[in-house]
Design a protein around this ligand. Structure first.
Ligand code: OGA
Ligand code: MN
Length: 218
C-alpha cells in the first residue's frame, strides 16, 4: 500500500514541467546532443570520484574492449581506458544518488517524449595518461538498442584544458560536418544520439575520470 501511494506522489511530481529537462529535450531534438555544465554539483562529483578511485585501487577495473559483451576485443590502438560496470542494485551511497538522478530524467523523457527507455547501462571509466579513444560510434552491428549516450565527468576541480582528453563530436547537419570540442570539466554531462554521432576522446595528459552510459530501448 505504501508503495502504491509513493507512486502516485512521483507521478504528480513528474507532471511539473522541468526547465532543465526541457532544454535537454530541445537540444537533442534540434542538434542531436545536449551539454549541461553542472548536472552534478561539486559534492556529488566528489562522492562519485571517491567511489571510482576506491574501486580502481581495489583493482576492480579492466581494460575496455571494443564491440559488445559477446564480441569483445581489446585494441589499445583504438581505446586505452579501463572501465568498471556499475550494478544499480548493489550500489553505494554515491551510486544511489547517481541512479536517482538518472531515473528521474528517464522518467521524464518517457513521459513527455514517449522515448521508451526500458534499460540502461553505466560504467566508470579511467583514462590513464597517454590514452585516448579513436573516432567511433556507440552502437553495434548486432545490437541497436542504445538510443542516448550519456557521459559525466568526475575530474578534479582544478582540471585545465591543457590536460587534454577533450570529447570531440563530429556533427553532420545536412552534409556539412562540424566539430564540437568539449572539455571534461567536473559535473558536466554530455548526452547525444548514440546511433548518429561519431565522436572521439583526444589523448589525455593527466588521468581522466568519468561515468559513461547508455539509455536503451526494448
Ligand atoms: C565512450 C565514449 C566519451 C568520453 O566511452 O564510448 O565515447 O568523453 N566516451 O568519455
Ligand atoms: Mn563513445
Amino acid at each position: 500500500m505504501f508503495f502504491l501511494n509513493m507512486n502516485y506522489l512521483f507521478e504528480a511530481i513528474d507532471f511539473v514541467e522541468n526547465p532543465l529537462y526541457e532544454r535537454i529535450i530541445f537540444d537533442i531534438s534540434t542538434k542531436q546532443y545536449s551539454i549541461v555544465e553542472d548536472f552534478f554539483n561539486q559534492e556529488d562529483v566528489e562522492m562519485l570520484r571517491h567511489s571510482l578511485l576506491e574501486k580502481y585501487e581495489e583493482d576492480a577495473f579492466k581494460k575496455a574492449a571494443i564491440g559488445n559483451r559477446v564480441h569483445e576485443t581489446i585494441v589499445k590502438s583504438i581505446r586505452g581506458d579501463v572501465i568498471l560496470w556499475i550494478d544499480e542494485h548493489k550500489n553505494n551511497t554515491a551510486e544511489a544518488l547517481f541512479f536517482n538522478k538518472i531515473n528521474h530524467l528517464i522518467g521524464y523523457l518517457n513521459k513527455t517524449c514517449f522515448m521508451g527507455i526500458l534499460h540502461k547501462e553505466f560504467h566508470y571509466a579511467l583514462y590513464p595518461k597517454g590514452t585516448f579513444y579513436k573516432r567511433h560510434i556507440d552502437t553495434f552491428e548486432n545490437d541497436d538498442r542504445r538510443k542516448l549516450s550519456f557521459v559525466c565527468y568526475l575530474n578534479n576541480e582544478d582540471w585545465k584544458p591543457e590536460n587534454g582528453g577533450e570529447l570531440v563530436l563530429y556533427l553532420d547537419y545536412n552534409g556539412i560536418e562540424t566539430e564540437k570540442v568539449i572539455y571534461p570539466f567536473p559535473g558536466k554531462v554530455v548526452i547525444f544520439e548514440s546511433q548518429i554521432i561519431e565522436h572521439e576522446v583526444k589523448p589525455v595528459n593527466t588521468q581522466r575520470l568519468s561515468i559513461t552510459g547508455w539509455l536503451k530501448t526494448r
